[in-house]
Design a protein around this ligand. Structure first.
Ligand SMILES: [Zn+2]
Length: 162
């Protein structure tokens, strides 16, 4: 699996993208386990369960409804492939796929991102606790760089086989 490389051109910045943590691709290199022409796949640095990952468009898009057709297709096809890899990698029996749009829906970073959460029985006190766990993710402890790198390595290896 090729290593993540920073894009040659940074996405066009606008008022809404100013200071966006998902627009600084260099800053995401540690947690990036895969990239395509239009999307990045990241390991969540505050995972609610092992394997919790994110897929996002490289360009700053705030709304799911603003995605272009090619971006949308790439993102969804990628989600399916990454979920296969995550399930294999973490021995998952199911998964949650979540997208929060708008503050009223719990969106905290205004750059569209899809949460991929591989699930196992008993991983959270109640199966439905994932939504509140994602909401609280911003205050949970960040895992170490070593843990992030190890998970990135594992997912890359699994992705090469799906
Ligand atoms: Zn952004």
């Amino acid at each position: 699996m090729k290593r993540f490389k920073a894009p040659v051109a940074l996405p066009r910045r606008d008022m809404s993208a100013g200071g966006c943590p998902f627009c600084c691709h260099e800053g995401l290199s540690l947690q990036t386990f895969h990239e395509t022409e239009q999307c990045l796949c990241l390991y969540d640095i505050r995972p609610i369960v092992p394997g919790h990952s994110l897929i996002l468009p490289k360009r700053h898009v705030g709304s799911f409804l603003s995605l272009g057709e090619a971006e949308l297709m790439e993102m969804l096809l990628l989600a399916q492939r990454v979920l296969r890899a995550l399930m294999k990698c973490y021995g998952a029996e199911g998964f949650d796929l979540a997208l929060q749009e708008g503050e009223c829906a719990g969106q905290s970073i205004r750059h569209l991102h899809l949460h991929l959460v591989p699930r196992r029985w008993g991983d959270l006190p109640d199966p439905g606790d994932w939504a509140s766990a994602i909401e609280k993710g911003g205050v949970a402890n960040r895992i170490s760089d070593e843990e992030i790198a190890e998970n990135v390595r594992r997912i890359r290896a699994a992705l090469a086989e799906v």
